[in-house]
Every structure is written in C-alpha cells, then in structure tokens.
Design a protein around this ligand. Sequence first.
Ligand code: GLU
Length: 502
Amino acid sequence: MVAQKVRTRFAPSPTGYLHVGGLRTALYNYLFAKKMGGDFIIRIEDTDQSRKVEDAQKNLIKTLEWAGIIADESPEHGGNFGPYVQSERLDIYDKYCKLLLEDHHAYYCFATHEELDENRQLQIKQGLQPKYNRKWLPEEMGGSIPPSVIQKKLDEGEPYVIRMKVPDYISVWFEDIIRGPVEFDSATIDDQVLMKSDGFPTYHFASVIDDHLMGFTHIIRGEEWLSSMPKHLLLYEFFGWEAPKVAHLPLLLNPDRSKLSKRQGDVAVEDYVRKGYSAEAIINFVAMLGWNEGEGSEQEVYSMTQLIDKFSLERVGKAGAVFNVDKLNWLEKQYIKNRPTEKLVAVIKPILLAELEKREPLMPLEMITSETYLEKVIELMRERVGFEHEFVTFSSYFFFEPEAYDEESVKKRWATDTNDLLRDFASILGSLVEFSAENIEAHLKEFVAPKGMKAAVLIHPLRIVASGVSFGPSLYHLLEVLGKETVLRRIQVGLEKISSSV
Ligand code: GLU
C-alpha cells in the first residue's frame, strides 16, 4: 500500500488579528506536514458572517508568511481542493445536509430563540445539562411531529435550523495523538445545529465536510475543540467517511497559570511584530509552547529547518504551556547576537534614515549611514540591544549629539577636579595619531597612574560627556568609533554644560 501523503490545515476565522495561539496551531500543522513530506493548507472559516472582519483574511495570511509559514494551498494562492473559503462552498454544505435529512440523521427545527432560552433555563433549574429538548423531532425519527406539519411550516417560509440527531445510548471513543484515548457518552452530546437559519452551516458541519473533501490526514488544533470531537465523529460516521487522526494542543497560560488573556499582555502576533520582534525569535518561542525535543536536549535556539527536522506530535505535552515573554526577549537577543552583520545593516539603515529626517546627524550623512560605520556600531552594540530598532534608539549617541546628560550619574561621578582632569586628558587625546581603543586605554592609564588615581575616576565622566548616559559598550571602543573630532567636541561641550550645572 502506498502511504497517504500527509495533509494538515490551519482553519482560522477571519474575525481580526492572528492570535499567538493561532500562530502556534498553524506552526505545529506546518512543522508536522513538512516533517512528513506533506502539504500544509490554509482554509478560511467564515461561516459566522456577523463576526467577519474586512481584510482579516489577507492579514492572517500575510502574518503567517512573515513568520515563514507558507501554505501549499490557500485562498490567496489556490490549489486543487478549493475554494478555500467556506462562504464560497455553500452549495457543497447544502448537498451534504440534504443527504443527512434523507438518511434521517438530521431534522428541521422551528423552535424560536425564546423557546430555546426558556427550555435552557428550566433544565438549569432542574440541575440538568442544557440540551435541545427535541420538540421538533419528526415522527419517523422517534419524535412526535408528523411530516405534514413540517412540510406546512416549510411551505409557509417559517425560519428554521437543521439539527443532527445524536444517537441514544452510545459512547463515542477516539484516540487523540496527544491525550490518548478519550470517551464521551452520547447523553452529554447536544443535537447540534448543522445549518443556521441564515442558510450558512455551523462551524462543526462545514469543518467536517471540508476536512473530508480536502483530504486532511491529521487535524491539529487547540484544546478548546476537544469537546466538539464526538459531534464531528458522529458526522463522519453518518457519511461513512474515515475520520482523520486528531491532536489537541495544550492551552496557553499567563505566567500566573490562568488562561492566556489580553489583560496580562499582548496576544496578537501583529503587536509583537510592531514591537520589533523578529520572525525567527517568535517562531522559536511559539514552537516551545507545548513542544520540547526531550531526551536531555539542552538546545533552546532552533531555526525553522531544525524545527521541521525535530518536531513530533508525540513530544507535545498535555499540560498548559506558560507564555513567558522574558523567554521571548531572551531568544530575540540570541538571534541579534548571532545575526550576520550585513542582515542587521539592511534592517537598521531604513530605520536610521527615517530618524535622520527628523534629527540633525552628528556627522555628514554619508559617513553615518555608511556600511563601515554601521558595522562598527553593530559590533559594539549587538550584545546590548533587545531589538534591532534599538541599534538606532538605544545607540543614538553614535548618530546624534546627546541632548542631555544623565543627571544622577553626573551627581555621582563629578568631583571638584573632574573638569580639570577631562580638560587635561582631552589634550592628550588630541595629540594621538592613532585614535584606537588600545591606544586610548594605554594613554588613559598612563595619565591616571602618576596621580595615584583609579582609571574609573576618568572613565565614568568621559563616558557621560561622550554619550550622555552612564552605561554602554567598552568606553575605549566607543570613543574609537565616534572618532577623535567628535570625542574632543563632546568633551568641550560637556565641560561647558556640566560645569555650569554642578
Ligand atoms: N475556525 C476554528 C478556529 O478558528 C477552527 C477550529 C479547527 O481547527 O477545527 O479556531
């Protein structure tokens, strides 16, 4: 027998942004399909027209592509199993619904919202699980409504829904790849609405039909869909179709172990993109939300290729996965640390150019935006920034004159002789032929030693006048990159401004 090609899908509803949980679902489907040499497909589930948001579909797919998750088939790029948008498949759902009506697995229900609500309140009062009371179950399916009454209502154009009839006294069993065997008693399963009164199918109905017709071999989705499984399995059985294998992913949790919510941080992938996180770090981070390589592996940084190679559903845990943004920040730093310099230059340059439209540069524009200069700044700062854009904001003193001096540090670092020391050392710096870090360091040490002073006495004030702040990369390298002219000017300006403030 030829093994069936693996096909997985991500099936978002176009109701807004891409949730980080959605990104994880998409990623796991993608990783699993690619690992197995299969196809990953995007299907848009827009059967709830009232929740549809303009452009959501385009943005979802764009964000996935930004993250490196490229579908083999999708509404944007087509494929052999389309259409890939459910609202374009209504005739298909109609056709299959008719089959269920004919086979007595489904029936018309004319109950009004008020009736349904009353029934539900009553059941809750009686301590029962709320379920449809089957008032409209037809005679031929074991109910009390004669065919003529149903026909009359249909002829009169009364609004209706179509419900599935859940068989009595059976149990529905399946094996979840992550959770193992799961069983449901049919008494707990409601006669689910399949077709709504607006003529659209419900999620459950459309998703089963499409999952079958589009040939998916594995369904990988969030834990919240686990309780829908028995309804879906019954539908597969009614149609005589083989159900795909299923895996329900663990919940995403806030650090306090409550369900991940907007209230405790961002949940939209777009927010993280806007803040400057890179696709590599986000993918790496999201991959670890529920999956680990196991067997004593200490690896934490994975590329997409490595993830495809190592991913397996067997290594996805059942327990909720904590969304810890510190871990994401740590990963982002690892990526910046190791990213090729030319890639960083390509990202930083446009950010710098935009900033240069608003502010006067420290040196001629060509110098400040030259690759050689940017590379030097990157090498000094790559271990200190959290985001790529911080190469410009955090290291702004490499591009613009400092606008102020950190007051606390000035208070702490300035002694009565500080300005004299700076002035004297500036003339030594001015005489240096080779303005290199080593040379500056050697001269600074030679300068303080005979005075019986520690280098720190000069290092801190020098850093403050040169950068405006009290922290940063090695001072000697910072001075070398800024260059003699800028350093001397900044000492001069610093002496004027600070002497008048201390
Ligand atoms: N449209 C559903 C969602 O947005 C898909 C659930 C499924 O994967 O079956 O989560």
